[in-house]
Design a protein around this ligand. Structure first.
Ligand code: UD1
Length: 341
C-alpha cells in the first residue's frame, strides 16, 4: 500500500517513514526541504534497507499538488506533517503560517475527496488545549483561544478536516495531538536537525552539553508546580511515529468509530524543566550550565496527556522513559557533531 508522507524528511516525519516501511508500506515523500536535509533519505535507507520515493516541491503550488495526485491515483493514505512550527515566527509572519499550514491542507483535502476511499492523518498539537483546567488532559478538554497564529493553524486545521469529513463519507481522518516530541532513532541514523538556535528545550540542552551553546536559560522558576518550573509531557519520537502507523491501520481496516477522530499522543507523565535537566545529567554524566531567567511569553504552566483513549481505542502506548528519550537525543547530538573522517 502506498502512503504519501508530506514533510517526510523532517523530525517526526522521517521517524514515521521508518515505522511505515518497517510495516511494509510503500512510502512517497514530498518535502520542500525548507526545514529538512535530503541526506535524511540516506538515514532512512540505512535503518530500513529501503529508499522511499522522494519528490521535492512546495505544496503551496496547488497545480503541483493536483499533478502529484493525478500521477499517484493508487495512494492509500496521506500522513500530513509538512507545516511551519515556530511559534515566535508565526507571530511575525502570520500569513506565511496560514498559507503554509492551512492553504496546503485544503489543497490536499480537495484531492482526497475525489477518491472513492481516502485516509488522512493530521499532525495536531496539545497547544490546542492552551492552559487546560485539569490534568491530565483528556481529548474532551475544551479547545482554548490560541496564543499564536501557529497554535491557531492547528485548531483551524482540525476544524477544516472535521467539516470536510462531515460531508464526505469517503474521507476518514484522525488528528493526532502531540505533546512534546523529543529524542532520535536508537540507530542514530536520523534525529532532530534544528536550524539556528533551537527554540525547544531538549535540542537546546544537548547543544549546550556538547559545547555549541554556553548556557541554557530556564524560563521561570516561579510557576505553581512542585519545583517552580513548567511541566510538559516529553514523548520519544519513535513512540510517536509508531502511533501514526496505528492510526493509519485503524482507518485502513475500518476500525474507526466515526470518520473524524482525535487522539492525544503523550506518555501520561509530566516532567518539569529541572527534571529534564536532571535526566540529561544522568544519561550524559555531564553537568549542565543553566541559569534562571524570566518566564517566556505564552508558556503554559503544565500540560500532560491523559492517554486512556490512545491506549484503549488506538491500542498504542508510549514505551520509552524520559531517560531513554534523552539518551537517544544525546547519542544523536554526539554523532552529528563528530568531525567526519
Ligand atoms: C512549543 C510550543 C508548542 C509547539 C511546540 C512545537 C510554545 C509556547 N509552545 O511547546 O505550541 O507545539 O513547541 O515544538 O512555544 N524551556 C526553557 N528554556 C529553553 C526552551 C524551553 O526553559 O531554552 C522550557 C519552556 O519554558 C517549557 C519547556 O521548556 O516549559 C518546553 O519548551 P519547548 O520545548 O519550547 O516546548 P513547548 O513550549 O511545550
Amino acid at each position: 500500500m502506498k502512503i504519501l508522507v508530506t514533510g517526510g524528511l523532517g523530525f517526526i516525519g522521517s521517524h514515521t517513514v521508518v515505522e511505515l516501511q518497517n510495516k511494509g508500506f510503500e512510502v512517497l515523500i514530498v518535502d520542500n526541504l525548507s526545514n529538512a536535509d535530503e541526506k535524511v533519505l540516506e538515514g532512512i535507507t540505512a535503518i530500513t534497507g529501503k529508499t522511499p520515493i522522494f519528490e521535492k516541491f512546495d505544496l503551496r503550488e496547488k497545480a503541483k499538488v493536483q499533478d502529484f495526485f493525478g500521477r499517484h491515483s493508487d495512494l492509500t493514505g496521506v500522513i500530513h506533517f509538512a507545516a511551519s512550527k515556530a511559534v515566535g515566527e508565526s507571530v511575525e509572519k502570520p500569513l506565511l503560517y496560514y498559507e503554509n499550514n492551512l492553504g496546503v491542507l485544503t489543497y490536499i483535502l480537495q484531492e482526497l475527496i475525489k477518491k472513492d476511499e481516502a485516509h488522512f492523518i493530521f499532525s495536531s498539537s496539545c497547544t490546542v488545549y492552551g492552559q487546560a483546567d485539569n490534568m491530565p488532559i483528556t481529548e474532551d478538554a475544551p479547545v482554548k483561544p490560541a496564543e499564536s497564529p501557529y497554535g491557531n493553524t492547528k485548531q483551524v486545521g482540525e476544524e477544516i478536516i472535521c467539516d470536510t469529513c462531515k460531508v464526505n463519507s469517503n474521507l476518514a481522518a484522525i488528528s493526532l495531538r502531540y505533546f512534546n516530541p523529543i529524542g532520535a532513532h536508537p540507530s542514530t541514523a536520523i534525529g532532530e536537525l534544528p536550524i539556528g538556535v533551537p527554540q525547544n528545550l531538549v535540542p537546546f540542552i544537548t547543544q549546550t552539553g556538547i559545547g555549541m551553546r554556553e548556557q541554557l536559560s530556564v524560563f521561570g522558576d516561579d510557576y505553581p508546580t512542585p519545583d517552580g518550573t513548567c511541566v510538559r509531557d516529553y514523548i520519544h519520537v519513535v513512540d510517536l511515529a509508531k502511533a501514526h502507523v496505528k492510526a493509519l491501520q485503524r482507518l485502513i481496516q475500518n476500525e474507526n468509530q466515526s470518520n473524524y477522530e482525535v487522539f492525544n499522543l503523550g506518555t501520561g507523565t509530566g516532567s518539569s524543566v529541572f527534571e529534564v535537566i536532571q535526566s540529561f545529567e544522568r544519561v550524559s554524566g555531564k553537568k549542565l550550565n543553566y541559569k534562571i531567567v524570566d518566564r517566556r511569553l505564552g508558556d503554559v504552566t503544565e500540560a500532560y496527556a491523559d492517554t486512556t483513549k490512545a491506549n484503549t481505542i488506538l491500542g498504542w502506548k508510549a514505551n520509552s522513559t524520559l531517560d531513554d528519550a534523552m539518551k537517544s537525543a544525546w547519542d544523536w547530538e554526539q554523532k552529528i557533531r563528530k568531525p567526519r573522517s
